[in-house]
Every structure is written in structure tokens, then in C-alpha cells.
Design a protein around this ligand. Structure first.
Ligand code: AKG
Length: 273
């Protein structure tokens, strides 16, 4: 259930931490599937999960279309710990924005990072990106993209935590240190960026943030690995960031509510093409 406090803090900071969003048994199930999928090489497929080729090899293993990875991943699509929050912040219910369904997930992936790995600074409202925008009108949210970053391992100091600049979704000027820390093919991290904080999470917690918030991660210096899953939600008329499509098998086994979020783009009945 979303509270007035959640609304106040999300508006103010651009993010929320949802503690205990995924129960411990569910986290275990997700991790045990990832133990196998992590061997997928960039560019290879296992079923309909794709080993994605990253901009930088220093950002870890990225497994795209992870909601194709089995039932435990499907249950994340409309997880009650965040779905009301996401619906509220994407907004547009009872308007043209929800003409085809309540939401659409335009990217979903699992990420595994080891020592030395990180992702550099990106996003922020300057330059303006319509797709990722933070917007409120008449006390109603209308954000272009709300991310849910789920933590499958405890993420504390030196673990390569996600970093955000609280309140930066409303900034009007580019961060003066942007060029120094921005994502590049050579790799970068957000360590040391003025105003940025590390977001520490326990496994099962989720970080909700509007994509226009300046974000990235610290470099992991501890041994071991950091595991996360990211689902990006936007309005029902959105489309896939990387050109993927949900498999027929997935669509056939999803509940109607989940199917509507994964594929709101059904053709009209009796459509001649
Ligand atoms: O991996 C992280 O900690 C940050 C995630 C991120 O950069 C993104 O979702 O765009």
C-alpha cells in the first residue's frame, strides 16, 4: 500500500527504498536460477533470456528479458510490494496513457557484478529525455519511467552499491562533474560525485526511482558479487528499449494481469494483417 509519506518522499527525492519487498524464499528461488543463467555468454541465448552485450565490459553480466527465466521471475511483474507505487508514479490511469493497459515494462534484466565492476553516472533531467521524465501535474504523477532495482544480495559499503543524487530529478543544470564520471565504453563509476549517496540494501529490498534521477553505482571493491534485477515500467503505449519481444510461451502462461503489463500491444480482433 502506498502511503502519503511515500508520495511526499518520492516527490522530494526521486526514489524510495521498499524494505523486504521480496520474501526470502522467493529471493532464494531467483538466485538459484541465476546460478545457472550466469554462465550465458554475451550474445548467447538460453531459452528467451539473452546474454546482453554491454556498452562496457566493466559493468558485469547482464541477462536481458529475465522475466522469461521462469515462474519466480514472472511473479515480479506485478509484485504487490511495488505495483501500486509504480501505477501511482507512472500515473495516467483513466486517460489515453492507459488505453492499452495499466503499464508496460520496456526493459528487464538481471545484473551480476564482481570486484572492480560498476556503472558510471547517467540520466538526470539535463539534457531532457521525454521517456525518462519526472512529471507531476495537478498533484498527479505522470513519470515516463519508474525503475524497480531489486537486490538479491546484501549491498553495503564497498559492495558496489547503486548511487543516486537525491532530488536531482528536478535539477535544471548539468552536474559540473558529469563528464568525469559519465558511463563510457572504458567503464566508470559514480564514486566521489558531489551530492551522490550510496543506497545500501538487504537482499529482498527494492529501490524504486524515476529514471531521470542522476544515478549509477560505486565500484565494487569487496570480493564476491552483487546481484540485482531491474524492471523498468512506463505507460502502456511504450515499447521495448532494445527491440526484444515476449515469447508466445511466456504470454500463454502469464496471468491476464501480468500479460497486460508485458504485452499491452495486442492487435484488434479480426484485424486483416
Ligand atoms: O546497477 C546499478 O546499481 C544502477 C542501475 C542503473 O544504472 C540503471 O538501472 O539504469
Amino acid at each position: 500500500m502506498i502511503t502519503d509519506q511515500d508520495i511526499f518522499l518520492f516527490d522530494l527525492r526521486g526514489y524510495l527504498i521498499l524494505e523486504g519487498a521480496i520474501d526470502p524464499d522467493h529471493v532464494k528461488e531467483l538466485n538459484s536460477i541465476l546460478d545457472e543463467l550466469r554462465n550465458l555468454k554475451p550474445g548467447d541465448w538460453q531459452g528467451y533470456v539473452h546474454g546482453h552485450v554491454f556498452q562496457s565490459t566493466k559493468e558485469g553480466i547482464n541477462l536481458q528479458q529475465i522475466y522469461e527465466g521462469g515462474k519466480p521471475f514472472e511473479r515480479l511483474i506485478d509484485n504487490p510490494s511495488w505495483i501500486d507505487h509504480v501505477m501511482t508514479f507512472v500515473g495516467g490511469q483513466d486517460s489515453f496513457d492507459s488505453h492499452h493497459g495499466p503499464l508496460f515494462i520496456d526493459e528487464n534484466f538481471a545484473n551480476i557484478r564482481g570486484p572492480g565492476e560498476s556503472i558510471g553516472l547517467h540520466s538526470g533531467p539535463v539534457p531532457w529525455v521525454k521517456r525518462c521524465q519526472f512529471h507531476v501535474h495537478n498533484q498527479k504523477f505522470n513519470c515516463g519511467q519508474i525503475n524497480i532495482l531489486m537486490s538479491l544480495t546484501d549491498i553495503g559499503p564497498s559492495d558496489g552499491a547503486t548511487m543516486v543524487i537525491p532530488g536531482s530529478h528536478k535539477s535544471n543544470f548539468r552536474h559540473p562533474e558529469y563528464e568525469k564520471s559519465v558511463m563510457t565504453p572504458k567503464g566508470a563509476s559514480m564514486d566521489g560525485v558531489t551530492g551522490a549517496i550510496e543506497v545500501y540494501m538487504k537482499k529482498g529490498d527494492a529501490l524504486l526511482f524515476v529514471d531521470s534521477l542522476c544515478h549509477g553505482s560505486a565500484r565494487r571493491t569487496n570480493d564476491g558479487e552483487r546481484r540485482s534485477i531491474v524492471f523498468r515500467y512506463g505507460p502502456s503505449w511504450g515499447f521495448f528499449r532494445h527491440g526484444y519481444r515476449p515469447s508466445k510461451e511466456l504470454l500463454n502462461r502469464l496471468t491476464p494481469k501480468r500479460r497486460e503489463i508485458v504485452w499491452p500491444h495486442d492487435k484488434l480482433e479480426n484485424c486483416p494483417y
